[in-house]
Design a protein around this ligand. Sequence first.
Ligand SMILES: Nc1ncnc2c1ncn2[C@@H]1O[C@H](COP(=O)(O)OP(=O)(O)OP(=O)(O)O)[C@@H](O)[C@H]1O
Ligand SMILES: Nc1nc2c(c(=O)[nH]1)N=C(CO)CN2
Length: 172
Amino acid sequence: MGVRAVLALGANLGDPTATLRQAALDLGAHPRIDLLRASPVVRSKPVGGPEGQDDYYNAVVEVGTELSPFELLRACQDVEERHHRTRTQRWGPRTLDVDIVVYGDLHLDEPDLTVPHLRAHTRAFVLVPWALMDGGARLGCRSVVELARRAPDLGGLGPDVTPLLPDGPGTD
Ligand SMILES: Nc1ncnc2c1ncn2[C@@H]1O[C@H](COP(=O)(O)OP(=O)(O)OP(=O)(O)O)[C@@H](O)[C@H]1O
Ligand SMILES: Nc1nc2c(c(=O)[nH]1)N=C(CO)CN2
């Protein structure tokens, strides 16, 4: 099954929850990606970007893959494109964003790909769903639960939490 990777999904245009769900299914439909677990969906205030954009919906999934890190990035971008992702403004609204949070224990710092993701350790909208999916998760040597508690945007997460995949992986 290869390497375990955690991917972060975010959306704030269209029907975000439906898009996140379909994106998880799209990732799992890739011949070389196994969808292992999915977090619940959390609602979050936008971090950065232009004033006045809508709240985001965020989730994470754990996958097993034999793809290389760059092949996995490509697969994530293909799923973004399938959902009509347009990049206009940095941190601006988007129908779908799929980032690689971690890829096994790999550390990579290339122009087009940094893993672990450079900002994941500060983002409650990544850390909270991750901790809900996997209470024992660690990011490097740090507990994801602890990182989530200290994340500056923790107060921007809504109380409503919904399943990403009602009958899918990660819900047992
Ligand atoms: N770990 C990673 N996961 C996904 N993309 C990455 C990663 N590291 C670097 N990138 C690069 O970041 C580029 C810009 O990504 P994107 O436009 O999705 O940024 P963003 O989601 O708006 O911001 P942020 O990186 O803060 O989440 C991508 O084209 C990709 O090459
Ligand atoms: N709440 C929230 N804020 C964001 C998000 C996101 O997914 N959720 N993604 C960003 C760029 O990746 C920038 N800001």
